[in-house]
Design a protein around this ligand. Structure first.
Ligand SMILES: NC(=O)c1ccc[n+]([C@@H]2O[C@H](COP(=O)([O-])OP(=O)(O)OC[C@H]3O[C@@H](n4cnc5c(N)ncnc54)[C@H](O)[C@@H]3O)[C@@H](O)[C@H]2O)c1
Length: 286
């Protein structure tokens, strides 16, 4: 899909990866609707700093609130026109000192499941439904019309999963919420393919963004030791170039792309090769 002239929603829009993705999309000639939970004045000022020509607008919306997301998506579509997809970056990674009582992780698992997983389903669904609205409701009523198929490319959704989406990655609660993002990506791609909408996800290793503030050294140490190459955190511009490639390369669909230097997050074992115990990293990643 050609990026120029299209509109994309960028969730988590003021965050580390999203702001870089928004800059890339604007530089390629798109308009962007930024969704985040930061105060409206902060978000508006940020949108203004990205584009003084009104090609970036901010909407304060919690992605776990389906009705609010629907309204926000419609607003962006009406104001900026040519809605062609989204780059879904909103997500949270909760940290706390871990103990050997697994049940202590249930609370944070529920919170991350809501934002990272349910939020992904909501954003994907509301964006796709808005793109498809004219064809889903051909007579203008509230009643969906019959199923239809398009051979035209009509949209692209890019979800941010994580290197921790591997089921064996050492993130007890965050990891499964991201594995589900990969699952949602594949299921959405399958369901939306007939309407000409592609869906893919990206799984980065570690990017030094606010998400990782206060992260203990375990994961960064493991990355330095065990990524194949590069053995270092990656830059958000590497994620933006992957997003651009996914949007522009029409055959990329229903897949999860690791941008992780070949790091598997499982190599260091406690007590072996001087490996630290991830449960003792402070603060632990849930
Ligand atoms: N930074 C990394 O190392 C890394 C690695 C792998 C995957 N990821 C994933 O990439 C995505 C972006 O990460 P980032 O590093 O830019 O994080 P970030 O913390 O810089 O940005 C996330 C943004 O999401 C927003 N947000 C949180 N909850 C929200 C909600 N309910 N509704 C709307 N907005 C909400 C936050 O306000 C924030 O601006 C996340 O999904 C993250 O899990 C990040």
């Amino acid at each position: 899909m050609k990026i120029s002239g299209k509109t994309f929603i960028v969730t988590g829009g003021t965050g580390g990866l999203a702001s870089d993705a928004a800059r890339m999309l604007l530089a390629e000639g798109a308009s962007v609707g930024l969704f985040d939970v930061v105060p409206t004045e902060t978000g508006d000022a940020f949108a203004q700093s990205l584009s003084g020509e009104g090609k970036a607008i901010y909407v304060k919306v919690d992605i776990t609130d389906s009705a609010a997301v629907k309204v926000a998506v419609r607003l962006v579509s009406d104001k900026l026109h040519n809605l062609a997809g989204c780059v879904h970056c909103a997500g949270i990674s909760l940290k706390r000192p871990l103990s050997n009582v697994v049940a202590e992780s249930i609370g944070n698992f529920e919170k991350m499941l809501k934002v990272n997983t349910v939020g992904t389903f909501i954003v994907n669904a509301q964006v796709a439904d808005e793109i498809n609205r004219p064809l889903n409701f051909p007579d203008g009523s509230d009643k969906p019309g019959p199923f239809w198929t398009s051979d035209e490319e009509r949209g692209v959704i890019v979800n941010l999963a994580s290197a921790a989406s591997r089921p064996y990655a050492r993130t007890l609660a965050y990891g499964p919420t991201k594995a589900a993002v990969v699952g949602i990506t594949e299921a959405m791609a399958d369901f939306l393919g007939p309407s000409g909408i592609r869906v893919a996800s990206i799984s980065p290793s570690i990017i030094m963004s606010p998400l990782n503030a206060g992260l203990g050294g375990f994961f960064t140490d493991d990355l330095l030791k065990h990524a194949i190459f590069p053995r270092a955190p990656i830059g958000s511009e590497q994620i933006s170039s992957t997003i651009k490639w996914i949007i522009e390369t029409g055959a990329i669909n229903a897949t999860n792309i690791f941008v992780d230097g070949g790091w598997k997050m499982v190599v260091t074992k406690p007590g072996i090769e001087g490996g630290k115990d991830p449960r003792e990293s402070w603060p632990g990643v849930e």
